[in-house]
Ligand binder design. Structure first.
Ligand SMILES: Cc1cc2nc3c(=O)[nH]c(=O)nc-3n(C[C@H](O)[C@H](O)[C@H](O)COP(=O)(O)OP(=O)(O)OC[C@H]3O[C@@H](n4cnc5c(N)ncnc54)[C@H](O)[C@@H]3O)c2cc1C
Length: 336
C-alpha cells in the first residue's frame, strides 16, 4: 500500500475536475483495508471512498484521505439449475463484469452494460438502466465497517434499495466500505426489452443472446451519451422527480404532452430531461459548463469548466424547473 500525498484526482473523476486529495491510497485486499483503517492517518482525517469517480462532482480539493479499492477477483460461490452466484471484488470495472457475464451467456447484467464505474459503487448507487436495477441481481454485499474494521455482510433486503438509493447512501452513509458484491445471474436469460428502443434495436437479431442485447445497449448508449474522454460528465446529473398523482393531473391540463410513468402509491415519475428541455436549457452554457445538446439531463465540462460553473448551472436549472412546473429536481451526482 502506498500513501500518496497532495495527489491529483484529475484521472479519478469523469467530470475532469482538476482537484487534489491531501492523501490517496489504494488497497488490494480486505486485510490490507482493515490494517489501513487502524492507522493514525485514517483516524485523524475525513475519508472518501471512490470508485471510478463517475458520479462525483469535486467542488474543491479534498482535505482528507481518498480510498480506492483495487480488490479485483471473480469467484463462483454456488450454482442451482437456474442460477450462478458469483462474488466479484469491489475494484472490478463494472463494464468488465458485464462483458464477462455476456461472454459466459449469463443473464441479468446486460441492460446495465457500459455504465461507467466499479462494482463496489454499483451496490452503493443501485445503478439502473433500460428497466433494470443492479438490486435485481444482487444477493449480498460484503463490507468493512470504517469505525471498527469489522466485516459485515448485508443481504439484499438489508440494503434498502430504491431508485438510485441504498442504505449506504442514506442511514449508513460513510459507515461502510464495500469490498465485494455477490450477484445472482440467470443461466436461462429472460431479457427485458420493453424500455427505451431496445426491443426495436434487437428486433431482427436471431438468436437473441446476452451478448447481442449487450451490444445493442452499448450502441444506444454511445449514440446518446457523451464519452467522458470527449466531454467530462457524470451521466444523468439529476434524478427523475416523483410527484403526487394529483399534481400531475393538474399539470397535464396545462402540458398535455408531459411524459410520465406511473410509479405506484399515487406517485408519478416525470423525466427530468423533458422538464429541463421545456425550460429551454438544451445546449446552454455557463462558463466552461454546458447542458449536453443530445441529452439535457447530462451536464458537461465543455471547456475547462470549474466546479463552480457546473454547480451554478445545476442550481439555475433546478430553479427554472421549480418556477415553471412547481417540481423540485435533485442532483443524482454526489457533491464532494
Ligand atoms: C457517461 C455516464 C453514464 C452514466 N450512466 C449511468 C446509468 O445509465 N445508470 C446509472 O445508474 N448511473 C450512470 N452513471 C453514473 C455512474 O456511472 C454510477 O453512479 C456508478 O455506479 C458510479 O461508480 P463509480 O465507481 O464511478 O463511483 P464513484 O463516482 O467513485 O462513487 C459514487 C459513490 O459511491 C461511493 N463509493 C464508491 N466506491 C465505494 C466503495 N467501495 N465502498 C463504499 N462506497 C463507495 C462514493 O463514496 C460515492 O458516494 C453514468 C455516469 C457517466 C459518466
Amino acid at each position: 500500500m502506498k500513501l500518496e500525498e497532495n495527489y491529483s484526482l484529475l484521472k479519478h473523476n469523469t467530470f475532469g475536475m482538476d482537484v487534489r486529495a491531501r492523501y490517496f491510497v489504494e488497497y488490494q485486499s480486505v486485510s490490507e483495508l482493515i490494517e489501513l483503517l487502524q492507522s493514525d492517518i485514517i483516524k485523524q482525517h475525513s475519508l472518501l471512498a471512490i470508485g471510478g469517480g463517475s458520479n462525483l462532482l469535486f467542488t474543491k480539493n479534498f482535505d482528507g484521505v481518498v480510498l480506492h479499492s483495487k480488490i479485483c477477483f471473480y469467484e463462483t460461490t454456488r450454482e442451482t439449475d437456474e442460477h450462478v452466484y458469483l462474488r466479484v471484488g469491489s475494484g472490478v470495472v463494472w463494464d468488465d463484469f458485464c462483458a464477462v457475464m455476456a461472454s459466459r451467456g449469463l443473464g441479468g447484467a446486460e441492460n446495465l452494460s457500459y455504465i461507467p464505474g466499479e462494482v463496489g459503487a454499483s451496490a452503493v448507487q443501485n445503478i439502473g438502466a433500460y428497466g433494470v436495477e443492479v438490486a435485481d441481481i444482487i444477493s449480498r454485499v460484503e463490507t468493512v465497517e470504517i469505525s471498527t474494521g469489522k466485516i459485515r455482510l448485508f443481504g439484499v433486503s438489508e440494503c434498502e434499495y430504491g431508485y438510485r438509493e441504498s442504505i449506504f447512501k442514506a442511514a449508513l452513509k460513510n459507515h461502510y466500505l464495500v469490498t465485494a458484491v455477490e450477484f445472482r445471474l440467470d443461466k436461462m436469460p429472460q431479457f427485458k426489452l420493453e424500455y427505451g428502443n431496445l426491443s426495436e434495436a434487437v428486433a431482427s437479431v436471431e438468436p437473441l443472446t446476452v451478448e447481442e442485447v449487450r451490444k445493442a445497449v452499448i450502441a444506444i448508449r454511445k449514440s446518446k451519451l457523451p464519452e467522458p474522454s470527449e466531454f467530462g460528465n457524470a451521466g444523468s446529473f439529476f434524478k427523475n422527480p416523483l410527484i403526487a398523482a394529483t399534481q400531475f393531473n393538474q399539470l397535464r391540463e396545462q402540458y398535455p404532452t408531459m411524459p410520465h410513468y406511473v410509479a405506484g402509491n399515487e406517485l408519478v415519475k416525470i423525466p427530468a430531461a423533458w422538464l429541463i428541455e421545456q425550460c429551454g436549457w438544451k445546449g446552454k452554457t455557463l462558463g466552461g459548463a454546458a447542458v449536453y445538446e443530445k441529452q439535457p439531463l447530462v451536464l458537461i465540462n465543455k471547456d475547462h469548466a470549474k466546479p463552480e460553473h457546473i454547480r451554478l448551472l445545476a442550481a439555475a436549472i433546478c430553479e427554472s424547473v421549480a418556477d415553471k412546473f412547481g417540481i423540485t429536481i435533485e442532483p443524482e451526482v454526489n457533491y464532494i
